[in-house]
Design a protein around this ligand. Structure first.
Ligand code: MD5
Ligand code: FE
Length: 203
């Protein structure tokens, strides 16, 4: 079922459950070519989440700042193409949420180990802010922190579990959000990990 969260955002609980194994196989394929790594943020700190990308563009961070790049800075090679099951599930979720014709050119792959977290931020490096972001959660559950349009707004807490898909568009596209430190646990499909895929229209 589809649950509205706010203006432009909705959660599709377990929408990716039937595709979870295919998605995890696709993630493993991408990560052989482009291994997840702990990026540095401009302040110099190392992110606790390890990241990779697939698609024409990939999100990277280093001492110089945040941006989308065509090539993986680790290998100098283009990011692996977006595997078909990833694109299919992301497009279907977008269409079900009222965003027909979603054509993501970037998929950021986030790997969370116990304790990994993401501090409050907004995603505004994308060239097309009229397109939504589709996110798919796999493996261990997480507490998603969802603020408002001002950093000072008190965040709501939302549990995201294996197979949950969230579509963030419209007025929600520029909301502050983050992820609380991942609780330790074991998931049959992923072991001690949570994976999150975010599909973006970067250009
Ligand atoms: C995660 N990832 O669970 C989250 C889910 C990221 C990131 O935040 O940047 O990799 S994506 C949630 C998202 C995207 C765009 C807008 C909003 C949420 N929002 O308005 O809350 O690894
Ligand atoms: Fe984000």
């Amino acid at each position: 079922g589809r649950e509205a969260l706010s203006d432009g955002a909705c959660v599709l609980r377990a929408a990716a459950i039937d595709d979870a194994d295919a998605l995890l196989t696709a993630i493993a394929d991408v990560c052989r070519a482009a291994p997840p790594r702990h990026l540095l943020v401009p302040g110099g700190k190392r992110m606790s989440v390890a990241m990779s990308n697939c698609g024409a563009l990939g999100w990277v961070s280093d001492a110089r700042g945040y941006r989308y790049e065509r090539c993986d800075p680790l290998s100098g090679q283009p990011w692996p193409p977006m595997p078909e099951p990833m694109l299919r599930v992301a497009r279907a979720a977008a269409a079900e949420s009222g965003y027909d014709g979603f054509a993501p050119d970037a998929c950021l792959i986030n790997r969370y180990e116990p304790g990994a977290r993401m501090s409050l931020h907004r995603d505004h490096d994308e060239g097309d802010l009229s397109a939504p972001i589709v996110s798919i959660s796999l493996g261990l559950p997480a507490t998603f922190l969802w603020g408002g349009l001002a950093r000072s707004d008190k965040p709501r807490r939302l549990r995201l579990a294996h197979g949950d898909v969230v579509v963030w568009g419209g007025a929600s596209r520029l909301a502050y959000h983050g992820v609380a430190p991942l609780a330790d646990g074991h998931h049959a499909a992923t072991g001690r990990l949570r994976w999150n895929l975010t599909f973006r229209k970067a250009r």
